[in-house]
Structure formats: C-alpha cells, structure tokens
Design a protein around this ligand. Structure first.
Ligand code: PLP
Length: 385
C-alpha cells in the first residue's frame, strides 16, 4: 500500500478541511486583535464568541463557562493548581488533599507531583484490571481537607471510559469540586456537564479534528477558580494573553462537526475497531486486549504482545507505512512501562509489549486487513529472532 495508514488518532487527528477553511480568513483577512475597538478587532471578537457559544452548547454549559486555553495540558494545570490555590485561600493556607487516579495522563500526574512540593497531598483511587475506577472504594478516600476529585473521562492508552456520573455524584455529596480530563472523550462521546454534575472539564482541539495548541476549560459558573495566567483582561480576567483567534475558530468548527457527525462516526469506527480486535485476538498467539471490553472508546484497540517490545513493533510497522503508538504519544521515547497498564495490574513482561491502535472515520477495512497482515509478519519475525 503506497499511502500512510494512520491508526494513531488518540495522539492527534488531521485538521478537518472545514476547520482549516474556517480558520483561513482569521490568519489573512481578519487579523485584528480582539481587544481593539475598531471593526477589524470586532470581527475577531465575534468569531471568538461564536466559537464559545458553539462549544458551550455541545456540553450543555453556558458560554461564559468556557475559557480558551492552549490545550489539554494547560487546562489540566489550571484546574488542579487553582483548585488547590482556591482551597488554600479559603482555609488560610491549610494543606489541601486531591483525589485522582493512577491511570491519568501525565498532564494530571505531573501537576499533582508539582503541587505536592507546595501545599497539597495527592491520593490515587484504585482501579480494576480494566483501568476502571472502583467507585465503591472511592468514598473511604475522602478526607476532611479533600478539595477536589479529578478523574479522566476516558483513558488515552487503553480507551476505558470511567464511571464519571457516579464519581461526580459522590463528589457533589461531599462538596468536592469534580474535574474531568475529557481530552480523549470530548468530540467522541456525548457529554452533559449539568446532568453529569461535572464542575470542570478539560478538552483539546487536536483530538477532534481541530488545530493543535487550542483547547478549553469549562468552569461551572459558581466556582470562583482563580486566574491562571496573569496579564491583560482576556477571558474575563482569568486567562490573560492575546487570544489564538484562528485556533479558537478552528476548534469551534471542529466541535460543531464532530458533534454533528458523532453518531455515524461512532458506529462506523466501532465496527471497524471490533473487526481489528477480532482478527488480532484470533490470529495472533500470546496476545491480550487491554482495557474494558464494554466501557471503551469506540476507536481504541490496545493490546499487549508477549515476548516483544511495543516500541520495536511500532518502529517496524512504521517501515510498512503504518502509524501506531506503543503507549501514549506524550510518553513515547521514555523507556518505562506504561503506568496505566501497571496500575491495571498487568505485569511488566506483558506491559513491555503494549501497542495502541486508534482509528478514525477515514480508515477502511482494506487498511485494517493490510495492518493485521503486517503485524503478523513483524511479530513472527521478532519472536523467532
Ligand atoms: N489529557 C489526555 C487524556 C491526553 O490524552 C492528552 C494528550 O494526549 C492530554 C491531556 C494533553 O493534551 P494536549 O496535547 O492538548 O496538551
């Protein structure tokens, strides 16, 4: 096959042509600074508010509850650091306690580690062998100084969808702020922040057909989360800096389209993903599917292959024109086993051979057939050697 087969949509997605088209005028014609008074600036301002309204509607929030950021990492940093700061301000510098999970993205885990240097203690809710948080064990972890619970909506490595409604309900009962890193879920699953009692939610445009370097944080109206970046008065004085107008416009367009196409895309991708899983499990020995079988992102197929390293398999598949990931893209290059798989109790021997395929709407059955054949070939060669 002489084209690239892209099976790494959890790492990033191609910019939707409609999003690129919507962005273009804001790079060339309407380049005004949104903070200015003249009409050129007004055009940019209007475009930002239009995107804000579109995004708010997709999660059943109010436009004034959406704050534009540079992506998922910034949104996560803001949510956690400022929730702790808020607690500390309200309780005269008292140590805060955060509940999260060991399967979070490093944007959460490393932020928690940083916070531990200051005025906070983090505790990790237990997960089962599919990476699902055990709701029944969560309540006993809540302490008097617990200020927030942060649990990802869906896992970036193994695709497991967490029991967000139940956890947010528990957080509400104990008056904790509930934050979810929905970077892998937003644009792929329907989310209703009101019904699900979500207080804060992080999302990133490049995971749903928007541009890189653009994201948002939803903050429920009555949460007085302090500003994260200080400077001018942008984003209602809470996130300073001249707005990334083209990025915001592209994200708005991608948000609109991903929600409009969600059902059809979900059905199509899931069918193809199930076909891939079925073939791999049937035709390749010494292989396990990781994550949950039923509470799983529609596009995720993640496996562990015994006796090989996932990185070596990914590199060899790349020589065949196939893009897959041996873990989360953000941790590729590090030699450690996946913290997600270890937390799910998968031993190091298996975790070493982790490989993640994440499909998109453009993938075809022909591409999956080609990939499975190449995977069988690569694994057979590696296991003999
Ligand atoms: N959270 C999750 C679950 C992710 O998968 C990622 C990126 O892969 C991030 C956060 C970071 O998002 P961004 O790349 O927009 O900084």
């Amino acid at each position: 096959m002489n084209r690239t087969i892209y099976l790494d949509h959890a790492a990033t997605t191609r910019l939707l042509p409609e999003a690129a088209e919507a962005m273009e005028p804001y790079l060339s014609i309407y380049y005004g600074n949104p903070s200015t008074l003249y009409e050129l600036g007004e055009k940019s301002r209007e475009a930002i508010e239009n995107a804000r309204a579109i995004i708010a509607a997709t999660i059943h929030a109010q436009p004034e509850e959406i704050f534009f950021t540079s992506g998922g990492t910034e949104s996560d940093n803001w949510a956690l650091k400022e929730a702790v700061s808020l607690y500390s301000r309200m309780h005269k510098g008292r140590f805060a306690h955060i509940l999260t999970t060991a399967v979070e993205h490093h944007a959460i885990l490393n932020t928690c580690m940083e916070l531990e240097q200051l005025r906070c203690k983090t505790e990790y809710l237990p997960v089962d062998e599919t990476g699902t948080v055990l709701v029944s064990k969560a309540e006993e972890k809540i302490r008097e100084n617990t200020c927030m619970m942060s649990v990802m909506y869906a896992n970036n490595e193994i695709g497991t969808i967490e029991p967000i409604t139940e956890l947010a309900q528990l957080a509400k009962r104990h008056e904790l702020i509930f934050h979810t890193d929905a970077v892998q879920a937003y644009g792929h699953l329907p989310i209703n922040v009101r019904r699900e009692n979500i207080d804060m939610l992080s999302a990133s445009a490049h995971k749903f057909g928007g541009p890189k370097g653009s994201g948002f944080l939803y903050i429920r109206k009555d949460i007085n989360l302090p500003a994260f970046i200080h400077g001018g008065g942008q984003e209602s004085n809470r996130r300073a800096g001249t707005e990334n107008v083209p990025g915001i416009v592209g994200m708005g367009k991608a948000a609109e389209l991903s929600h409009r196409r969600m059902k059809a895309e979900h059905y199509k991708v899931k069918k193809l993903r199930n076909y891939l899983i079925g073939r791999v499990l049937r035709e390749i020995p010494d292989c396990i599917l990781t994550g949950s079988t039923h509470r799983r992102l529609a596009n995720n197929a993640s496996f562990c292959f015994k006796g090989v390293t996932g990185e070596a398999v990914a590199i060899l598949l790349d020589t065949q024109g196939i893009c897959v990931s041996s873990g989360s893209a953000c941790t590729t290059g590090q030699k450690e086993d996946s913290h997600v798989l270890l937390a799910a109790g998968i031993d190091s021997e298996w975790a070493n051979g982790a490989l993640r395929f994440t499909l998109g709407g453009e993938n075809t059955k022909e591409e999956i057939d080609y990939t499975v054949e190449k995977l069988k070939m690569v694994l057979a060669d590696m296991r003999v050697a």
